[in-house]
Write a protein that binds this ligand. Structure first.
Ligand SMILES: *Cc1c(COP(=O)(O)O)cnc(C)c1O
Length: 376
């Protein structure tokens, strides 16, 4: 299949670009001694897991369903964290997880014994809130004011020490290693007295390791120094860095209307298929297009839902768009299909993989049943 033959809308993940990210992450693992696991929250295209598991050590899951996917489709290590676990799910989670990460001493005391009974080999960790973050956006700041995520120094209970094998933190969002160093300083100054006897510290996600300009050498040094200083293993659990710039969302123009400006209505939706362009918000790159008015033909690109604000943005092209033209949004693989919805009953974009030989292979299509089955 070639691009022109793809039924739209469709997310296309490029194997070669994914491989490039994996090689960078593997290089970090090999030279720093850290273990890297995939955060399924950001990228969970399981048809690529055979490729990913050649390099990464496992997955980090945000609860039962992600843990099951990791267990069934990835194998290797399953780390499961949830802001709060439920009694009816804890046995199944314990059975399939190698590591369980509690958010509070309360939760840890409630379930630690039970998870060990179900799975004597399970390792237990507590998520710490280092109360320091340089996160650029408050909704992505796990260490912001009144955050529920992780245990602060004031809420730490030394009674957890008899149960824990490790400690976790997660405080970054699309950031470079200087932000990690700031977090580590805060984390160490508050908690390093508890590191003795621990097996590992998990540095969470948000490390933008595969982005151009990320200081990989400095990350390797920071991890090596930390491991030597405290004699612990280090985990990183990126999601975005795995799926970073390794594919696109391809859509078609269905109609063009003119209401003071030309508006192209697409068969994809910002709200339903590119949610972070609305939530973050950010402007996706469009292949072959520039800012409005830079090229001769400017359009507002908009989704096929009834939400007035379902708009990707204003873009200009050097040729006019026509009904049937393809519009390709770049870098739409992380935090897209894991979050997409059937709002307005519109079709979920299909999933495809561009193989290393250039061929595009469809791996999943969605239809009416996916809409109907989640309603009653
Ligand atoms: C979201 C999240 C990650 C992954 O973050 P990325 O920004 O996608 O790298 C890792 N760990 C935890 C606990 C998270 O909540």
């Amino acid at each position: 299949m070639k691009i022109e033959d793809i039924q739209t809308p469709c997310y296309v993940c490029e194997e070669e670009l994914l491989e490039r990210n994996l090689l960078i992450l593997d290089d970090v693992q090999k030279r720093s001694g850290a273990k890297v696991i995939l955060a399924l929250k950001g990228f969970a295209m399981w048809s690529t897991f055979d490729q990913i598991k050649k390099y990464l050590h496992g997955c980090t899951a945000s609860g039962l369903h992600e843990a099951k996917l990791a267990y069934e489709e990835f194998g290797k290590e399953v780390h499961t964290y949830s802001p709060a676990f439920k009694g009816e799910e804890i046995d199944e989670i314990a059975f399939i997880s190698d590591h369980i990460v509690f958010n509070s001493p309360n939760q840890l005391f409630k379930y630690a014994q039970r998870v060990k009974e179900v799975n004597p080999k399970i390792e237990i960790s507590l998520r710490i809130n280092p109360e320091y973050s340089e996160s650029p956006k408050e909704i992505y700041n796990p260490c912001g004011i009144y955050s529920r995520l992780g245990t602060t120094k004031a809420n730490f209970d030394e009674g957890v020490l008899e149960f824990v094998d490790g400690l976790n933190f997660h405080a970054l969002c699309e950031q470079n290693v200087d932000a990690l160093e700031g977090v580590l300083r805060a984390f160490e100054s508050k908690f390093s007295k508890y590191f003795k006897g621990l097996k590992y510290i998990n540095f969470g996600g948000g490390h933008h390791i595969t982005k151009e300009g990320y200081d990989v050498e400095r990350l390797i040094k920071v991890i090596k120094d930390f491991r030597e200083k405290y004699g612990v293993e280090v985990y990183l659990e990126p999601g975005e860095a795995v799926g970073w710039e390794c594919g696109y969302l391809i859509s078609s123009v269905l109609d063009i209307v003119d209401n003071g400006m030309k508006i192209a209505i697409l068969d994809a939706s910002a709200e339903a298929h590119m949610p972070d362009t609305m939530a973050m918000p950010y402007r996706a790159e469009v292949r072959g297009a520039a800012e409005a008015n830079e090229n001769e033909f400017t359009y507002r690109l908009a989704g096929n839902t009834c939400l007035a604000g379902d708009i990707m943005g204003d873009y200009s092209f050097d040729k006019p768009l026509e009904v049937g033209s393809r519009v390709i949004f770049e870098d739409q693989i992380h935090y897209t299909f894991v979050k997409s919805t059937t709002f307005n009953g519109i079709k979920l974009p299909s999933l495809a993989i561009k193989r290393r030989d250039g061929k595009i292979e469809g791996v999943k299509e969605f239809g009416y049943e996916n809409y109907k089955n989640r309603l009653s």
